[in-house]
Structures are given as structure tokens and as C-alpha cells.
Ligand binder design. Sequence first.
Ligand code: HEC
Length: 234
Amino acid sequence: MAFLLAFVPALAFGATGAVLESSQINVNDVASMQRGASLYMNYCAGCHSLGFQRYSRMAADLGLTEEEVAQNLMFTDAKFGEPITAAMTVAEGTKWFGKAPPDLSLVARNKPGGPDWTYTYLKSFYADDTRPSGWNNTVLAGSSMPHVLWDLQGTQRPVLDSTGNVERFELATPGKQSPAEYDQTVRDLTNFLNYVGEPSAAKRRSTGVGVLAFLAVFTFLAWLLKKEYWKDVH
Ligand code: HEC
């Protein structure tokens, strides 16, 4: 197995050694990021801030109007130009979860494995009676975050290998979504968080394409010009 892994450099590992799954996000898929934004506001924003992201910037980047954002994505009394801050204060978070839910502005960028970490984390919650929240997670062992998407994913039960490590999960009770639908839900959330971590990525890429197109045209013109100039030189 170790022999095989040597040939798969793209495989990344979480802090606990859990193998991360590839998130397969597409940073140009705006519809996916819009769905992710909606999921985020409904399931995550109560606890987690996105302190580096303003509602207005998100609207501009994701092609949404101020009205659409106000009606569908703003559940606090924040103003359009303000950052996305959680309703919960750090003191409340510490009191309720033993640890304040961290700001997620950069989480898809600064974890080992980048967005794959967040993607796999959101797929790796399992029921654990020994934890205060009733949940545990193989990517972040002892995570104090409850599995807030359990109604969509269902409840997972860990299957242990001979050494007592979690080998894989079994769906103990199904959720509202099929496993494939849940993967897409988590992919959309990860795509949104990845965008928040680097809001200019899509724009930078399209600028790059423009620059290359310009250079191609310019090179052609320069070549025509050169031909014109050298025509009389023999
Ligand atoms: C009820 C409050 C709560 C909700 C809702 C919540 N989380 Fe969390 N989350 C936490 C807490 C608490 C932690 C800290 C876990 C720890 O370090 O033990 C956390 C940690 C995380 C982390 C790891 C951050 C890090 O830097 O280690 C990610 C990623 C994350 N949450 C994503 C989400 C997403 C995505 C959603 C919405 C689907 C969400 N959370 C909803 C409470 C919450």
C-alpha cells in the first residue's frame, strides 16, 4: 500500500492522518458557488463568520443583485456593505462548544490539502456517544462542532479496522439526500468557501486568458509588420 501511495503525490492527509477526498470543485461554476452561499447562510453563518467577505462583494462576484442577497442570503440585520459576521459571539461560542467556532474566511486555503480538507471534514462526521455533542469527526478528531448537516447526510457509523482505526463509514440512518446528492451539497459549500478564501481567483483566470489572447493577436500583428518592413530588404 505504501508502495502505491508513493505514486499518488496528489493524495493529501488531514492532521489526524485521515486520507482526504478530492473536492473536485470548479472555480468557474458560479451556480455551484451560489448554491454554496445559500447553504452557508442557512447552515453555517449562525456560528461561523466570514470576516473578510462583504455581502456586497459576494453579490458582485456571484452575479446576484442587492435585493436577491437581502431576501435570500441575509438573515441578520447587517448592512449590504458589511462583512458576513455570525450572530454568535466568541464568548457564547466558547461557553456552548468549549471552543468558539472559528472564522472560515480562509479555511479552504490554509488547511493541509486546501479545499479537500473542508470537503472531507464535512463528510466525516459520525455518531459518538462519548462526545458532548454526540458527534465526532475523523478529519478533526474530537471536533467540538456538531454535525449540522446530519438531516441531509443521515447518520454515519464508523467501521473499524483490526487496529481500531476508522476504516470507512456505514450509513446507519439515511438522510434526506442520497450520498451523491450530499457529495454535491458539500462540494458546493466547499466551492463557496474556496471562493471566499480567494475572491479574485476566477477573475484572475479570465484576465489571464485575455492577456494570452492579446499576446497572440499582437504577435501576429508584429509578424505582419516585420514581413512588411523586410519586404524591400534583400
Ligand atoms: C452550532 C455551531 C456551528 C455550526 C452551525 C457550524 N459549525 Fe463549523 N465549527 C463549530 C465549532 C465549535 C468548530 C470548532 C471545532 C474544533 O476545533 O473542535 C467548528 C469548526 C469548523 C471547521 C474547522 C475550522 C478550523 O479552522 O479548524 C470548519 C471547516 C467548519 N466548522 C465548517 C462549517 C460549515 C461549512 C458549516 C455549515 C455547514 C458549519 N461549520 C456549521 C461550530 C459550528
